[in-house]
Design a protein around this ligand. Structure first.
Ligand code: APR
Length: 166
């Protein structure tokens, strides 16, 4: 059973085997955490992403982590754009966490860091997203021994902490 925790910080500074990126379908980079990861990994990340794009919402695809070493892998996943909650957004978000863990297992990653997928530009309500994230990670078999949720702000940290304690 993996140890699951939440930290307040920058996912590009986490010392883990794999970090998960909240990407868009092109895998070419963008703003938010996607932009931060691409800036830290260098131009090779966009080249590797383009070679395996597109990534459908709810799916997850891995590339090397390039300049993010000692991180070995970036697992790109595409969250749902929030459209009020009646368009399968919750299921798509759960799929992001589930598929990312399955890809991490295929890679043999022992430690994984997740951002709060879809809660920024894509507008998914933070508290609901946190509950989905924690429930899905807890319900997905994994060989990883350490899973870290990385909150970039206090509200997200509080939401993830509440979900973990709930
Ligand atoms: N480390 C950890 N978390 C971060 C970082 C960082 N360096 N930068 C931003 N975040 C947080 C945001 O504060 C938010 O809580 O990541 C969470 C997800 O927000 P976004 O990055 O906006 O991702 P998302 O809502 O999934 O939207 C994805 O935005 O950047 C574009 O190309 C991306 O089109 C895609 C869309």
């Amino acid at each position: 059973m993996a140890e699951i925790d939440v930290v307040l910080g920058d996912i590009t500074e986490q010392r883990v085997d794999a970090i998960v990126n909240a990407a868009n379908e092109s895998l070419l980079g963008g703003g938010g955490v996607d932009g931060a990861i691409h800036r830290a990994a260098g131009p090779g990340l966009a080249e590797a992403g383009a070679a395996i794009a597109p990534c459908a919402p709810g799916d997850a695809k891995a590339t090397p982590a390039f300049d993010l070493a000692p991180v070995r892998h970036v697992i790109h996943t595409v969250g749902p754009v929030w459209a009020g909650g009646g368009h399968g957004e919750a299921d798509t978000l759960a799929s992001c966490y589930r598929r990312a863990l399955l890809v991490a297992d295929e890679l043999g990653a022992d430690s994984i860091a997740f951002p709060a997928i879809a809660t920024g530009v894509y507008g998914f309500p933070t508290a609901q997203a946190a509950r989905i994230a924690v429930a899905t990670v807890r319900a997905t078999p994994t060989n990883a021994t350490r899973i870290t949720f990385v909150a970039f702000d206090e509200d997200t940290h509080a939401a993830l902490t509440a979900a973990l304690d709930g």
